[in-house]
Design a protein around this ligand. Structure first.
Ligand code: ADP
Length: 423
């Protein structure tokens, strides 16, 4: 099927997030991990490509994203969405701005919008300032993110050093006046040479206005939520046809494993909740892993009944993360944990696990790579932005839930299992 909408996400969980929201429409969504090495074949109406470019060197992020764009164009897509984190995770060098400018150049477009708002998850934008719940971004826990600490809440100020062309704002008062007013304002900004436009959104209804106004732009950028209304709009006018609907979820063995490498506040609460429910649990410590590798964890796993959905986690509080990072270096501490959890995922699969729940963006990347997964079909949503997905690891069909750090509520790990039963 010819692809109608092509999305490119800067990390794995970001890709599952947008894929899940797009799939809410009932339209079939396929997610590819990395740019496929073969030309498009068996594509579906909405294709999402997950990159691992959020914290990559700028030139690498740009060239990977351009390759993704070319693949999606070859699949037939004419509309594109560049998805980054709803907390605008980036540094003064990028990668959001430089990637956006490269895509603009390749698509020959002179204006794009930026809307990382995700009201259901507490991310809203007002007067160009991004809020996480009630806190401005720079006062939220994102302030001390290990790789992309966000020390300013103003999206215009955050974007300006990342791009070469002027940045502007369409504020909430204009958005509240509807799609026509927004289009007019964008036109006025274009006449002034404003290439990059941050658009305010505080509620889902704002996102509908924005999607309606921008639906035929060659490129939109944002968090996942502003893309959510697009399939409905494309279905309504026949851009997407009725045979684009998704398939039924497969039945899979109940053997389950939970792997958590995120150290976000929410994931800490989720691990705490899950272990207090009596789930078999094993804590991985990066300092111990440097000495003796993941074998002890794998041995523990081999003694567990996978039907009880054991958890292996490196999740810990900020102070303990800092101790490990000071001893090992930030990258090394992260890498050693990711590789250990990835090795546990492979061991679990070989022991018969068919349902995998993974917490952490980078962690998800490492796990899917180790499981040799390169394409996923999107299934039922567990929490806003976190769907179950179905894929093959070696010959086995498996279900995989990939959750980025702050997503889901406290009972996420249990919720995920219950959701698959009713999917
Ligand atoms: P999130 O989605 O919350 O950002 P990620 O998996 O992307 O989660 O990032 C968390 C990073 O922290 C990973 O690189 C992971 O390996 C690393 N990490 C996990 N546990 C620890 C720990 N105990 N000490 C140091 N680093 C850790």
């Amino acid at each position: 099927m010819t692809t109608v909408l092509g999305c490119i996400a800067d990390d794995f969980t970001g890709a599952t997030d947008i894929a899940g929201l797009l799939a809410r429409s009932g339209v079939r969504v396929s997610l590819r991990i990395g740019v496929p090495s073969v030309p498009p074949r068996d594509t579906v109406a909405i294709e999402v490509i997950a990159l691992k470019s959020r914290t990559a060197p700028v030139s690498e992020a740009v060239s990977e994203t351009r390759a993704a764009l070319r693949w999606l164009q070859a699949a037939g897509a004419q509309r594109f969405f560049w998805k980054y984190c709803s907390t605008f995770d980036s540094t003064a060098k990028g990668n959001i701005g430089p990637v956006a400018e490269a895509l603009m150049e390749d698509l020959g477009t002179d204006q794009i919008i930026y809307c990382p708002a995700f009201p259901e998850n507490g991310r809203s934008i007002f007067m160009g300032n991004l809020f996480v719940g009630r806190q401005p971004l720079a006062e939220s826990p994102m302030r001390s993110h290990p790789l992309t600490p966000m020390r300013d809440s103003n999206l215009i100020r955050l974007l300006e050093p990342q791009v070469t062309r002027p940045v502007g704002l369409v504020d909430h008062f204009t958005v509240a006046r509807g799609p026509e007013a927004l289009r007019t304002e964008l036109g006025a900004l274009r006449d002034q040479g404003v290439a990059h436009v941050v658009v305010d959104a505080v509620a889902n209804s704002d996102l509908v206005v924005i999607a309606e106004a921008c639906r035929d732009m060659p490129l939109m950028t944002g968090g996942s939520a502003v893309a959510m209304p697009l399939p409905g709009l494309y279905l309504a006018d026949g851009t997407l046809s009725a045979d684009a609907f998704k398939q039924k979820a497969p039945r899979l063995a109940v053997k389950t494993i939970v792997l958590s490498g995120s150290c976000s506040e929410m994931t800490n609460m989720q691990v705490n909740d899950y272990t207090h429910r009596g789930a078999p649990a094993y804590r991985l410590d990066p300092l111990e892993l440097t000495k003796s590798g993941p074998q002890t964890a794998i041995d523990w796993l081999s003694q567990q009944e996978l039907i009880r959905a054991p958890i292996l986690y490196a999740t810990t509080d900020r102070a303990s993360v800092k101790v490990a990072q000071d001893m090992l270096g930030v990258a090394q501490a992260g890498e050693i944990v990711e590789q250990a959890l990835a090795a546990c995922a492979v061991a679990a699969r070989d022991a018969g696990a068919r349902r995998f729940i993974v917490a952490g963006g980078e962690t998800s990347g490492a796990v899917t790579k180790a499981l040799e997964i390169n394409q996923l079909d999107i299934g039922a949503e567990i929490a806003p932005g976190v769907p179950w997905t179905f894929c093959h690891s070696r010959r086995h069909q498996i279900a995989l839930a990939l959750k980025s750090g702050n997503f889901g509520t406290e009972s996420f790990f249990s919720d995920a299992q219950a959701k698959l039963e009713t999917a």
